[in-house]
Design a protein around this ligand. Sequence first.
Ligand code: GLU
Length: 599
Amino acid sequence: MRFPIALALTATLTATTVTLVPAAASAHGGAPPQIPTATGYGGAVATVDPTATAVGLDVLRHGGNAVDAAVAAAATLGVTEPFSAGIGGGGFFVFYDARHRRVHTIDGRESGPATMTENIFVDPADGLPYDFAEARVSGLSVGTPGTLATWQAAADRWGTRSLGRLLQPAARVADRGFTVDATFRQQIADNAAPFAQFGSTRELYLPGGAPPAVGSVQRNPDLADTYRLIARRGTDVFYRGPVAADIVSTVQHPPVAADPAVPWAYPIRPGDLRLSDLADYRLRFPAPTRSDYRGLQVYGMSTPSSGGTAVGEALNILEQSDLSKVSDTQVLHRYLEASALSFADRNRYVGAYTPQPVLDKLVSDRWARQRACQIDPARALTKPVPPGDITASGCTPALVGGKVEDGQSTTNLTVADRWGNVVEYTLTIEQTGGSAMVVPGRGFLLNNELTDFNFTGTQGSAPDPNLPGPNKRPRSSMSPTIVLSGGKPFLALGSPGGATIITTVLQVLVNRLERDMTLPEAMAAPRASQRNSAAVQAEPAFIAQYGDDLGKLGHTFGPPVAELGAATAIEFGRGGRLVASAEPVRRGGGAAGVVHPRG
Ligand code: GLU
């Protein structure tokens, strides 16, 4: 995505240490390659950004494992993809441990303040929910960030390098800078009004009052200093020390500029995140979700993400018929229907506190049969479909409506190492640009993750599992997924895109497993997303290719959307052969690399 400058990464190898040094920009050959597909051996990295991919590959080349490389690459994304990821946000880390053949997860989701009430996003003045933008650009939307704790735990448990060491390449990129590309500039332009409200954000991303020019060098010395402070003194500086104090101050007293220059339609409200919320933050390590699909074992992220259960349920529904015997149109028809049914159930049942037996039921084959029986090969269901009644047997649904969510922020990365370990990691600050508040002097944006809660109930008279509450984590759609075959990795993938994450991951799997596509073809193919709304959301090329045939079955399409998702993936072939795959076009294209390239 980002066209980097200081990015010929050279490594100085001593007997026991590796020092990653981004070389001076032009003198040593400039930017690392930005290629969407790489094939070879010995480890692989796929991210949205060539700098982050290069950093990850360098770690692998010098003996680091997949976890080391994933942390170093993620920290770099915090510099080059700051509007989607960073230590001001949260995410979900999924790790396949090759030695023990086990999948582990880290829930590094942001949590709400201890004082958060169910009506935090309801205006006390009129009893109505705030407009989304009003809630987003405020202290109310900021949850305790979990990303740094995630990196620390991943490095401690499964890595081979200290976090301090893994932060160094990213700190150097932040110091020396990278070249602004069109995507980076556009993400700032799209946020010009909210960014202009805060002196700290304006200074960093609106120099001279406007987005930086494409081709200019973007530096972030404050973030470099923050990374180095953490490297020296540990993550306590962030959760208990001076950085915590700055985060809390930013949330409680948003650093609003005296002369914003660009008008903003809303009051900027403070939040009630406290030092005790940061000090009390704890990661969770939930068991992954698991569903079996035609002999493959699909592992995903459990609550508070709905990704694992929603992808798993949809796959189970699809598995109820033999897709190898139906037309391509029928495969797509069933993909859209399975997705709608799965979303109805997700909206009704899945939130941070969904009991495990309910989650287990949602990814069971029995439940899939109860849902799949509603699909008519000749006619699309009327949307929204009601969620299923999990206490009933047969095809009996309960009645309810649903909220359609989307969003296009977040970032995803996939890493494999020579030992067979795999990391699939999705991290976010929620909206592109998060809450729009850069913590003054620290160089990172704070998330607006708490707006992933439903502001008011969406399930009619039934309880809504995703309403705010004290210390609660908002429901996510992030779907980092690792697919095993016979206990060994077959495919790992994930994507950004708000609620469309679920459908993007599902569609890439359907493309790869059921539509006779290679992984790069499955990634590049045009996308459609049916999240239980009247009309399917789709990219123009999808509508052009499949719109007529699917229209005859009763599917309708909303206005085309330019792009859905920005996925990364790795496929594991025979004899250790790896295919690393990033987007060829979406979001400016991603970057894949392998340690030993071979076609
Ligand atoms: N906050 C969203 C989630 O957790 C992700 C945001 C996005 O990808 O746009 O599901």
